[in-house]
Design a protein. Structure first.
Length: 295
């Protein structure tokens, strides 16, 4: 039985994200993530103009004349959302917790996927993988994922991107589009990220709250680290402290960006205090142009 508060959240997120996934936005998603898998179609005799790289040498040797293998592009995609819902996501300065925004991001991506007739699935992780919903199609399936995200109560407080990636490797053998949604407050996951990116089309979405980037001047503030449980008091009226805070935060985000670039991955930074849907839309458009430039 769903309680009233959760039911209201589900209705709200469906209305809000449904509006955000306009036909234009869904089209940008479709163009950015066209079917990139290849499915075997037939073996036929070589014809002038065929690419010699397509020649099937085994069949050619057996029959004594050139034959080629033909493939067709798989139009339907499998999309998997790797969602970090560790305790650090329970922070929010904009009226919404970071995990609530993460749920909206998942909803926007899921609605875009089902409009494109793609299958979409979900892996939720903290320091362990705590939930897996296999990829499927349809609105009912998408609403189930949103409901599970909003109702989720983590067992673990920490974050292990490595364990999430290892689990991904077990449950998703075929090529897929992977959205890794996290604040990336973790370490030593680059190697496994690289391995998964060689198999899948992996996009890193780092989510942050405005306060993480710019500490407001509001006197003494006690902050609890959600993952360690430790408390620390800051004097936010100290201009030097605020400057150091901002510098450290921007340095961390730039470090994540540089790491993703070095691994050859797409990376998008989403600020929960800004129009993150517009940021995603610009990424889709830029990715589409890059893909067209490679043809």
């Amino acid at each position: 039985m769903i309680d009233r508060e959760l039911a209201a959240k589900i209705r709200r997120i469906r209305i809000v994200t449904g509006r955000k996934v306009s036909s234009t936005f869904a089209g940008e998603y479709t163009s950015a993530f066209k079917g990139h898998g290849m499915e075997f179609e037939e073996v036929r005799a070589y014809q002038p103009g065929d690419d010699i790289k397509s020649i099937d040498w085994n069949v050619t040797a057996r029959i004594g004349e050139p034959f080629i293998k033909r493939f067709r592009e798989e139009r339907e995609l499998t999309v998997l959302l790797l969602l970090d819902l560790s305790a650090s996501g329970n922070f929010g300065s904009t009226g919404k917790k970071r995990n609530d925004i993460a749920a909206e991001i998942c909803a926007v991506l899921s609605f875009s996927a089902i409009k494109n007739n793609d299958r979409v699935g979900l892996i939720v992780f903290t320091e362990e993988v705590e939930m897996f919903i296999p990829p499927a199609k349809g609105l009912t399936h998408t609403m189930r994922m949103i409901r599970e995200i909003l109702a989720f109560n983590p067992k673990g407080k920490g974050t292990s991107i490595n364990k999430a990636l290892a689990y991904l490797g077990k449950v998703q053998r075929k090529n897929a589009v992977i959205f890794l949604i996290s604040d990336f407050i973790d370490r030593d996951f680059e190697r496994n990220l690289k391995i998964m990116s060689e198999k899948h089309d992996l996009v890193a979405l780092s989510v942050s709250d405005p306060v993480e980037l710019s500490l407001p001047d509001c006197g003494l503030v006690t902050i609890r680290n959600a993952e360690t449980g430790r408390f620390k008091t800051f004097d936010t009226s100290n201009k030097t402290l605020r400057h150091q805070w901002s510098q450290a935060s921007h340095k961390r985000i730039q470090s994540i960006r540089k790491m993703m670039i070095s691994l050859g991955l797409d990376h998008v930074h989403l600020d929960t205090g800004s129009d993150w849907v517009h940021t995603l839309s610009r990424f889709f458009i830029g990715r589409q142009r890059r893909m067209e430039g490679r043809r």
